[in-house]
Design a protein around this ligand. Structure first.
Ligand code: CP
Length: 337
């Protein structure tokens, strides 16, 4: 048996170091190599048995969550990840009114100030340009919890990790990102960038009216992503195209419910993208494939048939559980153990 000199048991410290995350922000998944992301997934698997019971990798460390937009999943799962790592959390769920930004403090100064109290910051903000201009203020690593319309990398991370745990590989995998408004689908684009970094193939389905932002197409190009784009498909053609892929991702809608005009426009445009259980069963009969339906959630009842909830095709509620161990690995990697 010819074994390399390095042959020895894994340690979580070495695995986290191999991610290259320590001291860096988490902004786009393509900022990290395939090997670094693979190490992060393996660290996630090492941590997974403890995602409920916890392990003390971040004792005395503090996470600050600064969320300028509403959130349930991203904020709670990032916070519980730090708590399950033995650390503590400072949570600002409405900084627009309850932090000193309400008195005119700049985002840059806010990040610099909070850096005194925290070892890592998770920030959600509606304006990516303002964030990118302000990150210089931070003195600790910053996790994007969703910035503007372009990036939501920890959502992408948990989605790619779900594919990794479900299928164990990316080569030969084809995933569809389907949205009536790809100009604002930050979760879908983050998932696409992560899949591209890992070597999976992408099929984008959208409308020519609301194209993918150039910031994303440039990153996909730089990652040598294999991408097919279909625009303005009929409902029937969209459902038929599901037979081309292994999973279909719906990035959801972040239009506030108290903006009825914008919401009505969204609900109208999304009609050709409605996925039925019957269509998925038809694809299974034709190809033998169980096309997984993924969604960043929260969902709207016009997006897909809720009968999928209790079927083999449902991945959207399973994705959520994987978000905790992979965010635990991310935080531990960025802070360092
Ligand atoms: N998927 C997602 O970002 O959900 P929240 O808005 O609830 O965080």
């Amino acid at each position: 048996m010819a074994l390399p000199k390095s042959f020895s048991p894994f340690t979580i410290k070495e695995k986290l170091e191999a991610t290259g995350l320590k001291g860096r922000n988490f902004e786009f998944m393509t900022d990290y190599s395939k090997e670094q992301l693979q190490s992060l997934f393996e660290a996630g698997e090492m941590i997974e048995p403890y995602w409920r019971s916890g392990l003390d990798l971040m004792k005395q460390k503090v996470l600050a969550t600064l969320f300028f937009q509403p959130s349930t999943r991203t904020r709670f799962s990032t916070e519980v990840a730090m708590i399950r790592l033995g650390g503590s959390v400072l949570s600002e769920s409405n900084p627009t009114t309850s932090s000193s930004t309400a008195k005119g403090e700049s985002l840059s100064d806010y990040l610099r100030t909070v850096s005194n109290y925290a070892d890592v910051i998770a920030l959600r903000h509606p304006d990516d340009k303002e964030v990118f201009a302000s990150l210089k203020g931070a003195r600790v690593p910053v996790i994007s919890g969703g910035w503007g319309n372009v990036t939501h990398p920890t959502q992408g991370l948990l989605d790619v990790y779900t594919v990794y745990r479900a299928l164990g590989r990316f080569e030969g995998i084809k995933v569809m990102i389907a949205s009536s408004d790809l100009s604002r689908a930050r979760s879908g684009h983050s998932f696409a960038l992560g899949l591209a970094a890992m070597g999976a193939e992408l099929v984008y389905v959208g409308s020519s009216e609301n194209a993918i932002p150039s910031a994303i197409t440039e990153k996909l190009k730089a990652a040598n992503a294999k991408v097919t784009v279909y625009n303005d498909l009929s409902h029937e053609a969209f459902l038929d195209s599901l037979s081309e892929v292994d999973a279909c991702y719906l990035p959801g809608c972040s239009v506030p419910k108290d903006d009825p005009a914008a919401r009505a426009a969204f609900l109208d445009k999304i009609k050709p993208f409605y996925i039925t259980l019957e269509a998925l069963e038809k694809v299974r009969r034709k190809t033998g494939k169980v096309v997984g339906i993924m969604h960043s959630l929260p969902r709207n009842d016009v997006e897909f048939d809720y009968a999928i909830d209790d079927s083999d095709f449902q991945l959207y509620f399973r994705q959520m559980a994987f978000s905790v161990p992979i965010r635990m690995a991310l935080i531990a990697g960025m802070v360092g153990v």
